[in-house]
Every structure is written in structure tokens, then in C-alpha cells.
Design a protein around this ligand. Structure first.
Ligand code: IMP
Ligand code: MG
Length: 178
């Protein structure tokens, strides 16, 4: 679907080729940092699935993946700050080197909750790899070790990001026309 065929797809924020190049860079960084470690990627469903798959394909160190589903939004476009675990991990993370793979950090409330929840399970290390961050929106103090792109305060869709479950399949990140 090209921009313009759908009235809800606004300005392109990150083109497909920039996404691909940056994901490779992040994978190279993670690979260098986790050599000889016990890397477990935790992918937050559903938005981070696309990013995770591309990132993981370019990792050159042994790694495993597990999934978590949480809800913070429903179909609205702003975080409520209330986070609910819909699907928990299958893996025990105690003593492991965990990297949370997230699609986007908006207020940061979701990630703050996740970091606290996972830290309580005593991983050896716990870091965050987020594809996108909206610096103007972040309300909490978060240590995000790996960040793909900073984007403006717009509701973003594409490359995994949805608006009411649609548009995840766009190969680029665009702003939603509201
Ligand atoms: P936060 O708790 O405000 O940081 O919101 C984080 C979650 O809300 C992300 O994991 C996304 O699922 C969703 N989200 C936040 N901003 C956007 C956006 O611009 N587009 C699509 N989903 C978003
Ligand atoms: Mg989401």
C-alpha cells in the first residue's frame, strides 16, 4: 500500500530503507555487546514483531526469543498508564541477559512497568532496544540502551505500529492523519 492510497496515512516519518539500515546498525551493536553472553530477546506483542524479526536476522551471536503481550491502549491513541499482562513469558529469565525489544516509547509508562516487572525476576542484565522514541512525550526516567530513531510527537503507524489494529503491514513508518 503506497502512501496516498489511504486517507489515514500521512507524512512518512521513516522510510523503509532507513529502517533497514538502522536495524542492521542496532543488530551490529547488540552482537558486539552480547558476545559470550546468554542473550534472550523479549518481544512485546504485537507491534515489535516486525522489528524483532529484522533485528534478530542480523544478530551474529546466539540468542533466544520469548514474547509478552501487554495492553496499555485499547484503540485510543494515548497511553492510559494502566498496563495489564495479557500473555506472560514462557521462559524463566533469572540469571539471563535480557533485552526488551519494543516498537515505540511514547510516555514510557509501558516500558517502565515492564522493566520493573522483569527486574523483579532477577535477570543477570536487563536492557531495552526500542525502534522509535518520541522524546517530547516521555514522562518517566528510562534507561533505553538502544534506540533506532527519535520521531516527533505524532501518532505513528506502519512497520508493526497500528492504529486500531490496522496499518502494521506498511513497510515504512508514517504519521496517522487525524
Ligand atoms: P507508552 O506507554 O505511552 O510509552 O506507550 C507505549 C505503547 O503504546 C507502545 O508499545 C505502542 O504499542 C503504543 N504506542 C505509543 N505510541 C504509539 C504510536 O505513535 N503509534 C502506535 N502505537 C503507539
Ligand atoms: Mg501497541
Amino acid at each position: 500500500m503506497a502512501s496516498g492510497e489511504d486517507d489515514a496515512i500521512g507524512e512518512v516519518l521513516v522510510e523503509a530503507d532507513r529502517l533497514a539500515a538502522r536495524v542492521r546498525e542496532l543488530a551490529a551493536e547488540v552482537s558486539a555487546d552480547y558476545r559470550g553472553r546468554d542473550l534472550l530477546l523479549i518481544c512485546v506483542l504485537k507491534g515489535a514483531v516486525f522489528f524483532l524479526a529484522d533485528l534478530m536476522r542480523h544478530l551474529t551471536v546466539p540468542c533466544e526469543v520469548d514474547f509478552m503481550a501487554i495492553s496499555s491502549y485499547g484503540s485510543a491513541t494515548r497511553s492510559s498508564g494502566v498496563v495489564r499482562i495479557l500473555k506472560d513469558l514462557d521462559a524463566v529469565i533469572e540469571g539471563r541477559d535480557v533485552v526488551i525489544v519494543e516498537d515505540i516509547v511514547d510516555s514510557g509508562l509501558t516500558l517502565q512497568y515492564l522493566q520493573r516487572n522483569l527486574a523483579a525476576r532477577h535477570p543477570r542484565t536487563l536492557e531495552v532496544c526500542a525502534l522509535l522514541i518520541k522524546p517530547d512525550r516521555v514522562k518517566v526516567d528510562l534507561a533505553t540502551r538502544y534506540v533506532g530513531f527519535e520521531i516527533p510527537d505524532r501518532f505513528a503507524i506502519g512497520y508493526g505500529l497500528d492504529y486500531a489494529e490496522r496499518y502494521r503491514n506498511l513497510p515504512y513508518v508514517a504519521a496517522l492523519k487525524q
